[in-house]
Ligand binder design. Structure first.
Ligand code: NAP
Length: 460
């Protein structure tokens, strides 16, 4: 498989890379394993200082790093800059709080003394997606570096230069060789690496197919895994919602990152009383979005990340329409060069539509009218995914009651699903398992070792 930077604005190949051979990968694992033996003995202060340096470097180089994100996968430049800042915040967050999160936890057993001590487990292997090339790495690497683990990352094949730049940043910040390694290799080879005895845990953010492949290998070799997979977040508009604000957030929730977010609002579910008003205002606003070059400040929606991604979503929309849905806005690829898709709103999606249960990864919204709150909850839960979801209502107690009934890992009231360093992130059902970010994110790849102290008594 070729590893290339292809600019999705015009599909010109910018740079090609050779995949690493098995022997180069093997040497890199050896290095990561031997660095672990040293790294695990370093102090929290040392780890924290280096993470802070890395965060500072990222902020200083924000424009350069963001420009490469935009070039490789089409994110709006302004959002790419936001991603760099968010990633730096995540590094700082774990640098500031890691030691406290990992402090001994004293237990109160019926007899004697006991505590939980948090110890590192070794080399971790992360497989990352292209949609947030820096943020995904930051949320996996930062807590684990504080724990004392070492990190190997196989980044998505369409963002090879971002992957290389991240590794260079670690070196420049002063991390030792083998602490963070970028592996230039295809997804197909990634699962094979899981069997390596020196790899102690694996994490994947991406599709269900890739997740199942990696996690089944992890299961076979008895290794811990964390999966952050797809989503089809519901965005519920109740009759007491502020409709204008809900519309503004609905557009942001669907269009952020050109619609290529696992936590994007994808299914808009409005109760009957406000459905007409919401749909009209939402469609009008979506229709005014300007599609164009993601480097330009006045562009609202850039290209999809690749020609394959644009073809995939256009094919799904086509199939949805053949299956009975109607496009009241857009519905096709944008003609001309580049991997652009029209901003699209689909109505009349029914459970028997072949696309009803699929994730739509691009600027395509589906709209549903339901009779009341309970019907909205039922529809929201009628999904193989369980990542996030939103409820718009002025009655916060009601919003919390609805949130209780949503089968997802995250629910946001009066906001699309979002992310920040101090909020846990993750899903249920087909969206995966485990959590990243916040204190919970430091809990996945760590040995919670029980140390029990007993008085010296006779065994009999
Ligand atoms: P993808 O095809 O699964 O790719 C993700 C990563 O997995 C890439 O590095 C890819 O490598 C690798 N991969 C592919 N096949 C593999 C296999 N059989 N074994 C091991 N690794 C494999 O996903 P995508 O289409 O790029 O990304 C979009 C998906 O990710 C969406 O479903 C989205 O919702 C999900 N996502 C989830 C989250 C979350 O936190 N829940 C965040 C972002 C994205 P190659 O690039 O070399 O193929």
């Amino acid at each position: 498989m070729s590893i290339q930077t292809v600019n999705p604005v015009n599909n010109n190949v910018i740079k090609s890379f050779e995949e690493m051979t098995d022997s180069v990968v093997d040497k890199a694992v050896t290095q990561a394993a031997s660095t672990f033996e040293i790294w695990k003995k370093t102090s929290y202060k040392h780890r924290s200082d280096l993470l802070h340096k890395l965060a500072k470097l990222m902020r200083e180089k924000k424009e350069t790093l963001a420009t490469m994100i935009t070039l490789e996968m089409g994110k709006l430049l302004v959002q790419a800059e936001g991603e760099i800042l968010l990633s730096a915040d995540i590094l700082d967050y774990y640098a500031d709080h890691g030691e406290k999160f990992l402090a001994d936890k004293h237990l109160h057993p019926t007899h004697g003394e006991a505590l939980i001590r948090y110890t590192p487990i070794g080399v971790l292997f992360g497989v990352e997606p292209w949609n947030f090339p820096y943020y995904q790495v930051a949320r996996f690497a930062a807590p684990n570096i504080m724990i004392g683990n070492t990190i190997m990352v196989k980044h998505a094949s369409i963002v090879p230069q971002c992957g290389i730049m991240i590794e260079e940043l670690f070196k420049e910040a002063g991390f030792p060789k083998g602490l963070y390694t970028n592996l230039l290799m295809s997804g197909k080879r990634a699962s094979a690496l899981v069997s390596d005895k020196r790899i102690k845990g694996v994490s994947l953010t991406g599709s269900e197919v890739a997740g199942a492949s990696l996690a089944s290998e992890a299961g076979k070799y008895l290794k811990k895994s964390v999966l952050e997979l797809g989503g089809s977040d519901a965005f519920i508009i109740l009759e007491d919602a502020d409709i204008d604000k809900a519309v503004d957030w609905a557009v942001v929730g669907r269009i952020n990152n050109n619609g290529e977010c696992c936590i994007a609002s994808k299914r808009f579910i409005a109760v009957d009383a406000v459905a007409d008003e919401f749909l009209k205002k939402f469609t009008d606003k979506m229709a005014r979005l300007k599609i164009g070059d993601p480097m330009h400040k006045d562009t609202d929606v850039g290209p999809l990340s690749s020609e394959a991604a644009a073809n995939q979503i256009a094919e799904q929309v086509d199939r949805a329409i053949k299956g009975g849905a109607k496009a009241i806005l857009g519905g096709k690829r944008v003609e001309g060069e580049g991997s652009f898709m029209q901003v699209t709103v689909l109505i009349d999606m029914k459970p028997d539509n072949p696309v009803y249960y699929e994730e739509l990864f691009g600027p395509v919204a589906t709209f549903y009218r339901v009779k009341d709150e309970q019907a909205a909850i039922d529809l929201a839960n009628d999904s193989p995914f369980g990542l996030g979801g939103s409820i718009f209502t002025k009655d916060i107690a009601r919003g919390k009651r609805v949130a209780d009934q949503m089968d997802t890992g995250m629910v946001f009231i009066n906001h699309p699903t979002w992310t920040q360093a101090d909020l846990p992130f993750g899903g249920t059902k087909g969206s995966g398992y485990g959590r990243e970010l916040s204190e919970l994110g430091i809990d996945e790849f760590v040995n919670k070792k029980l140390i029990r102290v007993s008085g010296l008594t006779d065994p009999f």
